[in-house]
Every structure is written in C-alpha cells, then in structure tokens.
Write a protein that binds this ligand. Sequence first.
Ligand code: GTP
Ligand code: SAM
Ligand code: SF4
Ligand code: SF4
Length: 326
Amino acid sequence: MLDKHERNINYMRISLTDRCNLRCRYCMPETGVDNLTHYSILSLEEMARLVRIASELGIQKIRLTGGEPLVRRNVPQLISYIAQIPRIDDIALTTNGTLFAALAEELKTAGLNRINFSLDSLVPEKFKYITRRGDLSKVKEAIFKALELDMHPVKINMVVIRGFNDDEIIDFVELARKYPLHVRFIEFMPVGDLLFWKKDRMMPAQDIKAYIEESYVLTPQKNILGNGPARYYSLEGGEGSLGFISPMSNHFCGECNRIRLTAEGGLRGCLYDKREVNLKTALKNGSSDEEIKELFIWAIKAKPARHHMNNGWGEENKRKMYQIGG
Ligand SMILES: Nc1nc2c(ncn2[C@@H]2O[C@H](COP(=O)(O)OP(=O)(O)OP(=O)(O)O)[C@@H](O)[C@H]2O)c(=O)[nH]1
Ligand SMILES: C[S@@+](CC[C@H](N)C(=O)[O-])C[C@H]1O[C@@H](n2cnc3c(N)ncnc32)[C@H](O)[C@@H]1O
Ligand code: SF4
Ligand code: SF4
C-alpha cells in the first residue's frame, strides 16, 4: 500500500531475535546485553500470521534479520510457513554467516531465495577485533556454500569504517571481480553502539566509489535482484558487481519501501523513528486479522518522510540496531 508520502510499501524486515553470537563493536556492547526471554518474543507461528496479514496489504518481500537470525531455532520452519503465503515472492536473509553453512541446504529447501552476508574484514585478526569473537573461516565457508547452492545473487555487506577497514576496499572489490559476489559498501551510521561511532569514521559512498575508480572501470548496472536502496555497478571483467548504500550522504528515504517487525512484535514504520505499534499485545488479546490490519495501516501511515541521523541517533532513541532489526 502507499504511505502518505506516496511510497509503495511492499517490503517487511523481520527481526527473529535480538540475540547474537557476535558482538560487533558498532552494533552491540560487549556486556550488559539484556536478551529478551522466550516468552516475550513472537512465536514463529505468530510471525507467519503477521506476514500473511501484511501480504494482504501489499507486502511481497520479506527479509529475516536480527540480532543474528540463525541463532533462533527452527528458522527453516518459519521460511516454509512464509513460502506458502501466495503473495510473498521473495524471502531473503541477512546474516553474519557464522552459523549458515550447516543449515544451508535446509534453508534453501524451505524456500529461502537469497542471502546477504555481513563481512567487514578479510583479515582474521581484524575480523575477530570488530566482531569481538568471530571466526572468519566460518563466514568464508558460508559464502562459498551459498554460491555452491546457486542462491544467487549472493551479496556481501561491508560497513566501511575509516581507520579500520578502508584499507581493505580493494580486497573486497577483488572478491566481486573473481567470484559472482555482489559486494556492497555501506556508510557507517550513528545507530547501535554509539561508543564506536565517530563522525570522521564515516566514509561517504561517493568517496569510496571515487577511490575504486582510480583503479577500475565501473558501469551502472540495473538488473541485480534486490529490494533495498543499493546502487549497483558492474566491474570490467568481473563476475559479480559492486553496490553502494548511502544512508548518510545521500539518504534514500524518498524511495523507502519498508516496515520493520521487531522480535517482540513491535511494528516500526522507520528504522530511525522510535514509534512502534505493539502487535504482540494485539495477538495476545485475540485481535482479529482485520484489527491487526488496522495496526499495520497505522504504522505505514505514520512513516516519516525521512530520517535525521545526520543529527545523531537521539538520546531518547534507546533501541539499538540489533534490537530493532538492522
Ligand atoms: N537508513 C537505512 N538503512 C538501512 C535500512 N535497512 C537496512 N539498512 C542498511 O542497509 C544495509 C543493507 O541491508 P540488507 O539487510 O542487506 O538489506 P537490503 O539492502 O534491503 O537487501 P536487498 O534486498 O538485497 O537489496 C544494512 O546493513 C543497513 O546498514 C533502513 O531502513 N534505513
Ligand atoms: C544488525 S545486523 C543483523 C543481521 C546479522 N546479524 C548481520 O550482521 O548480518 C544487519 C546489518 O546491519 C549493519 N549495521 C549494524 N550497525 C550498523 C551501523 N551502525 N551502520 C551501518 N550498518 C550497520 C550490519 O553490518 C549488518 O549488515
Ligand atoms: S551486526 Fe549482526 S553480527 Fe554484528 S553484532 Fe550486530 S547483529 Fe550481531
Ligand atoms: S531511515 Fe526510515 S525512511 Fe529512511 S529508508 Fe530507512 S526506514 Fe525508510
């Protein structure tokens, strides 16, 4: 359905859990994370019902995220529920990849169409540093497994952080040249664990692109399957492509097509806007499909025109990326 700024909202990002097996410095604090209890999060059946109701309002694309979605049990079960909903035509996953390889076949059989892997460094020690505990070899194994299973397009999300991984940009470009991988460079945003955020750590997408163009020829490319705001370029002689996501320097809110469902059932119109409708309570109170539909309509109508992250995250906006669903 259209929101009040005439944007077509057809994409819902669902956070399966606020838990994660990593602790990326820009996303989660190392300690003091109060995880939600089993009872306070939506069951898989509740999520599937909400997707069905949302699909009747025009939601066609679903992305499972978190926290780390794959720390939740029975994700293939949820995917198979969603895959049976007639109007849903794309089911995707955003994951850190560490738990993916063992589940890959099951996820694919259940109906998962595609995967975006988050990966910020190709150097094992740096990967361990930024994630505070991750094993890079598991992520590499996961990426190759996804390619082996033909789950195209396989995308890699690299949050570019000046002074940490900007010296690896070319190594990531090379991944897209050698393999059919779609590498997206993402501007660092002031959400999540702000202890790590600094304005000068954010490298604007146009600077990243200009830097790459010193060594490579990039040509705009339009046919990469996706629902997000990345701008894609093909690389001369390359198997994959490069994408740029610029929430800070050139926000894409005018083309926003999404709503978010948090693990506890909070329906959020916008990543940045702290207002949420509580669908868990509505479900607990026995609300009908029609009543829940009204709540979706409220959240979609309440979507702001754009974010104001360039002014900071706002002290009162206490929720972090892993709690909202990045
Ligand atoms: N400003 C803003 N940034 C977002 C939003 N959603 C995701 N992002 C950022 O975009 C990055 C990529 O998101 P993904 O989870 O890979 O999803 P996507 O780009 O929509 O995926 P595709 O369907 O493959 O295009 C994330 O790492 C976030 O940093 C949003 O609603 N607003
Ligand atoms: C919050 S994570 C959730 C899914 C999964 N755990 C993962 O890492 O892919 C989703 C995405 O948000 C991105 N992200 C988290 N904090 C961010 C920030 N401050 N700026 C830009 N992207 C961020 C991560 O890099 C990741 O690609
Ligand atoms: S970015 Fe993803 S993997 Fe890293 S801490 Fe956040 S939720 Fe976990
Ligand atoms: S910040 Fe809000 S309005 Fe902008 S793209 Fe993200 S969800 Fe949409």
